[in-house]
Design a protein around this ligand. Structure first.
Ligand code: RP5
Length: 168
């Protein structure tokens, strides 16, 4: 009998292999929190049927949140949102001479009723953290890990401030 694949609460999708250099930042954050993810290259325009099949079958694989990056006419996150009622986080990517402004507008300007939670251009790491925050609503272990993460962020700023004070 074929071994069942482990459940992956996060699906990370991107439109092109060119997007991986940025989207790997989301995967790195998820791994830091011990959150398993499935990673796929799929295109809203070039493989629309695969996108629909993958998104609609995702709940059966344990997916609870989508993190979706695309550049240029970045419709992938919006198309994913059209096929699911799970939360979708969009990452606009800098892939053209418009330096990500095209992708930002395409990702963020969703019609009423079909939201995509859009992070900054290239903000894949924040997308990973936001996915963890969504999962942490019903996972006490992840909620504690996030508290430790935020405390560590605060300590870094305090250390930088202390260093500056010494120089003044
Ligand atoms: C988008 O167009 C992709 O997300 C990528 O950022 C951009 C360019 O894709 P390729 O033509 O390099 O595959 O769909």
């Amino acid at each position: 009998m074929a071994k069942a694949k482990p459940k992956t609460p996060v699906a990370v999708m991107m439109g092109s292999d060119a997007d991986w250099k940025t989207m790997s930042g989301a995967v790195a954050q998820l791994r830091d929190f011990g959150v398993a993810c499935d990673v796929q290259i799929m295109s809203a325009h070039r493989t629309p049927d695969s996108v629909a099949d993958y998104v609609e079958s995702a709940p059966r694989r344990g997916v609870r949140v989508f993190v979706v990056g695309a550049g240029a006419a970045a419709h992938l996150a919006g198309v994913v949102a059209a096929h699911t009622s799970l939360p979708v986080i969009g990452v606009p990517l800098d892939a053209t001479s418009l330096q990500g402004m095209d992708a930002l507008l395409a990702t963020v300007q969703m019609p009423s009723g079909v939201p995509v939670a859009t992070v900054a251009i290239g903000g894949a790491a924040n997308a990973g953290i936001l996915a963890v925050q969504i999962l942490a609503v019903s996972d006490a272990g992840l909620a504690s890990a996030l508290k430790r993460f935020k405390k560590a962020l605060a300590r870094k700023v305090e250390a930088r401030n202390a260093k500056l004070q010494e120089q003044l």
